[in-house]
Write a protein that binds this ligand. Structure first.
Ligand SMILES: Nc1ncnc2c1ncn2[C@@H]1O[C@H](COP(=O)(O)OP(=O)(O)OP(=O)(O)O)[C@@H](O)[C@H]1O
Ligand SMILES: [Mg+2]
Length: 240
């Protein structure tokens, strides 16, 4: 399988050049293949969100190289990074970051609208298709603010898939949900992974959910300290 993501010696410091300069990530090497479904675990403050933001091109490493689908992102300017991010990466955050006054459908249309500039019927069709897949098509005209936490997070998953990205980055996507809703959201991500081959990297503190991933990597104090593959789940062949 092709390498979707390659991190080569990624370091990140904050407050560079000031007396309080602190290195948070101390040289991360990681390869993820297309189609992998991976959990990222580690104690609070170890740098998981920092790492996810770098992989998601929301922040730049202080040094090291990051390749996404063969593109060396180190040399790209802001406009090229924005384009690559918009077309290749979907995000799901702990607090869904939906626009609460917008309907479910409007939220899912948003990434497509940002990309193409003005709405068209195809976008709404695609949004409805995704809302159907997260079992919320009946709620498409309901404002996000009037939906439950679990429903909002399912909309966030649908929105992350709107541009049909290669990679979805999820930062504690179920951190706020009860066990049943968490399993529902997680199951949806797994289904998109299996049906479309979308690659997922999911930060979680939940060992039961991590056990459902193909692979679990562990970050402690800004260093990768663990990388293991789970045995095949439901007969799903393990990549690698
Ligand atoms: N903009 C910033 N400026 C300075 N330090 C920062 C900044 N952002 C994060 N940090 C520090 O970097 C370290 C790692 O933070 P990060 O948010 O990546 O941890 P995390 O593993 O995601 O933790 P949690 O599980 O609590 O979400 C922390 O010590 C944090 O204080
Ligand atoms: Mg975090």
């Amino acid at each position: 399988m092709a390498e979707l993501l390659v991190l080569d010696g990624i370091r990140k410091s904050y407050n560079v050049g000031s007396p309080v300069e602190t290195e948070i990530l101390h040289g991360i090497d990681l390869v993820m293949k297309a189609g992998e479904f991976v959990a990222l675990m580690g104690p609070s403050g170890c740098g998981k969100s920092t790492l996810l933001n770098i992989i998601g091109l929301l922040d730049r490493p202080t040094s090291g190289r990051l390749f996404i689908d063969g593109n060396d992102t180190t040399s790209l300017d802001e406009a090229a990074l924005t384009r690559l991010r918009g077309h290749s990466i979907g995000f799901v955050f702990q607090y869904h970051h939906l626009i609460s006054a917008f309907t479910a459908r409007e939220n899912v249309v948003m990434p497509m609208l940002v990309d193409r500039g003005r709405p068209d019927a195809a976008m709404e069709e695609r949004a409805d298709e995704l809302l159907d897949q997260v079992d919320l098509v009946k709620w498409r005209d309901t404002r996000a603010m009037n939906m439950s936490g679990g429903q909002q997070q399912r909309i966030a998953v649908a929105r992350a898939l709107a541009m049909n990205p290669l990679l979805v980055l999820a930062d504690e996507p179920t951190g706020n949900l009860d066990t049943a809703s968490a399993q529902g959201v997680f199951g949806l991500m797994r289904r998109f992974n299996l049906e479309r081959g979308t690659t997922f990297l999911i930060v979680t503190h939940n060992h039961d959910l991590a056990a459902q991933c193909d692979r679990v990597i562990e970050l402690v104090d800004g260093r990768l300290t663990g990388d293991r593959r789970n045995p095949a789940i439901n007969g799903v062949a393990q990549p690698g």
